[in-house]
Design a protein around this ligand. Structure first.
Ligand code: NDP
Length: 314
């Protein structure tokens, strides 16, 4: 391993040790803005990182609604969690199915009146190792970007007003960094437009992903200047990151008491089904920054991207 890689690895390991120490420190009464009445929804919570986020949030005393596109799998996952004695509920939710989302929103309104936290964790990726197939590009972009967007649009109206503010956390990836050194869109003008909040718009993000999908269909994507690693997945997460910043900007004028804070984070390379269990950290560690962002008492934080509880550049 080169000296630089070695140093980066050491730095990461040190940070992970710091975080495991931080996780042992309980939240003080002053920091705890939530109670058992606080409702958190986690998408794709039947396994992997989503399951862990649900488990940890319930461990902090919130009511957690575990959602799963296959309800029987979701019920099984909830049973495993309930053994810990915490407060969970479960509901079917496929983030690509408008009817499923509407039924979920209605159920939330009836049973809980609204929610406080939304964790958009559900996602897909069909490449492993050095593969870079775009065979499932549409499904990847639809699920990771449009599915996340569907959920944000559907849930904002049912986010409860509160002094502490409601929160949205999007589980994203460093692979979707706009201005990363290696894996990024080559077109500097497009990067600038997507980076600059004055020019960033939903239409621009949609147009960018549509242009990628069109090139996949035309089989010209390889010379399209798209990120080189897990291209479809990187484009989908790039869109999630850009959309996070856009929504933060749109929500920032809400009056006190009706604030909604939205951030995204990269969980790292995680041992889950998505990586064929080839990652280098556990779902438990990977869930940490998502849980930390969900519970953050510093309300000024919105529209940011995090990894290992630290802000990183988009
Ligand atoms: P898993 O494959 O273990 O879990 C993905 C979850 O998303 C499953 O519960 C899956 O449901 C659900 N899901 C997929 N499509 C839908 C849909 N249409 N509607 C509802 N749920 C859906 O992956 P991870 O836990 O690793 O990934 C969780 C998140 O973390 C994803 O957003 C991923 O992109 C992100 N991430 C993961 C990394 C890693 O190294 N693992 C790295 C960076 C980001 P089902 O069981 O029914 O398939």
């Amino acid at each position: 391993m080169s000296g630089k890689k070695e140093r980066n690895k050491e730095r990461r390991e040190k940070r992970l040790q710091e975080i495991s120490l931080l996780r042992t420190i309980p939240y003080s009464d002053h920091q705890r803005w939530w109670s058992q009445e606080t409702v958190a929804v986690v998408t794709g919570a039947n396994r992997g990182i989503g399951f862990e986020i649900a488990r940890q949030l319930a461990g902090h005393g919130l009511t957690v609604i575990l959602t799963s596109r296959n309800i029987s799998v979701g019920i099984e996952a909830t049973k495993a969690l309930q053994e810990g004695g915490f407060s969970y509920d479960v509901h079917q939710l496929d983030i690509l199915d408008g009817e499923s989302i509407s039924a979920f929103v209605e159920w939330i309104k009836q049973k809980y009146g609204g929610i406080d936290i939304l964790v958009n964790n559900a996602g897909v990726n069909y490449n492993l190792g050095f593969d870079n197939s775009v065979e499932f590009a549409r499904q990847v972009v639809d699920t990771n970007y449009y599915g996340t967007k569907n959920m944000i649009k559907a849930m904002i109206p049912v986010m409860k007003p509160s002094a502490a503010g409601a929160r949205i956390v999007n589980v994203s990836s460093r692979l979707g960094r706009l201005n990363g050194r290696r894996n990024r869109i080559q077109d500097a003008t497009l990067r600038e437009k997507l980076t600059n909040l004055e020019t960033l718009s939903e239409e621009l993000i949609d147009r960018t992903v549509s242009s990628f999908l069109q090139q996949v269909e035309d089989e010209t994507w390889q010379s399209g200047g798209w990120p080189q690693t897990f291209t479809d997945y990187s484009v989908s997460k790039l869109a999630v990151n850009a959309y996070t910043r856009l929504v933060a900007k749109e929500l920032c004028d809400r009056p006190q008491g009706k604030k909604i804070y939205i951030n995204c984070y990269c969980p790292g390379w995680v041992k889950t089904a998505m990586t064929g269990w080839a990652g280098n950290i556990s779902p438990e560690v990977a869930a940490d920054t998502g849980v930390w962002l969900s519970l953050l008492s510093d309300q000024a934080i919105t529209g940011k991207f995090f990894a290992e509880r630290r802000e990183i550049n988009f």
